[in-house]
Ligand binder design. Sequence first.
Ligand SMILES: NC(=O)c1ccc[n+]([C@@H]2O[C@H](COP(=O)([O-])OP(=O)(O)OC[C@H]3O[C@@H](n4cnc5c(N)ncnc54)[C@H](OP(=O)(O)O)[C@@H]3O)[C@@H](O)[C@H]2O)c1
Length: 268
Amino acid sequence: MLDGMTGRSGVFRQSYGPFAVVVGASEGLGAAFAQELASRGMDLLLLARRESLLERLAAEIRSHHGVEVRCLPIDVAASDLGQRIEEATRDLEIGSLVYNAAFAPVGPFLERSDEELRRVAAVNMIGPMLFVRRLAPAMCRRGRGAIVLMSSLSGFQGSPRIAAYAASKAFNTILAEGLWGELRDAGLDVVASCAGAIRTPNFAETSQDDAPGTLDPAEVARRTLDGLTRGPRVVPGLLNKIVALLNGRILTRRAAIRLMAANTKDLS
Ligand SMILES: NC(=O)c1ccc[n+]([C@@H]2O[C@H](COP(=O)([O-])OP(=O)(O)OC[C@H]3O[C@@H](n4cnc5c(N)ncnc54)[C@H](OP(=O)(O)O)[C@@H]3O)[C@@H](O)[C@H]2O)c1
């Protein structure tokens, strides 16, 4: 149960609360972020398209952690997203944003439809910018807050068969770095969480086996939130840190792309 404003959860809530917004919270990593944030005493606004999953998670979190949980069914690719965010958050004091939603079409780039490519840009790139643009000003006025943009090791180099998705994740890493530089003097902690493989329902749909270093969603959520003050990048997991070092600093770009291609060739 929530231990009020004392202890670890009290400190977290004072720094980053009272409300956290989790975008893409209905299952997998987003649901794990919601659970982890609630265990740290945060009230929650949960967003995703599937309302029934959101409501089930919200009921579970309320009964386990005693925090306030609100749900908003929404497609973040909607053209009126900015207005919808404003309406949903007007009466809430939001101290944290976790942008977890993503669209990840798999297969040859030349087989992707216009609609898929537009959706990658809308969900993975426009969405995070609009949420930050709407929610960060109030955090800056209060002089405290947290922003997590979910990124990926696939964004450290070109990634064959997930080329558009990986490019959108590189965008999130660089966006988070720029925001870290702009907003730290206003008291905000910003991180790009550059995750390797995570056992989410999405991952299970595209991959037959666990890749080396695959983590559970709860561990990625915990490590990411623990790393909030160590921005601008967090890479959860030791093996993933080694891959990040190899692909980001040691290997040539060509070698890094080949290594990633060996990992993505069996995704379906
Ligand atoms: N899984 C991995 O191996 C892995 C590796 C590295 C990085 N990541 C990153 O970690 C994050 C989560 O990973 P995941 O892809 O495996 O997904 P996930 O955490 O299993 O779920 C994605 C969430 O986003 C929501 N969502 C998707 N499209 C949406 C839309 N248009 N509007 C609103 N909500 C939407 C989904 O809910 P609804 O369907 O109900 O809308 C779901 O709750 C992503 O940012 C991904 O890039 C994942």
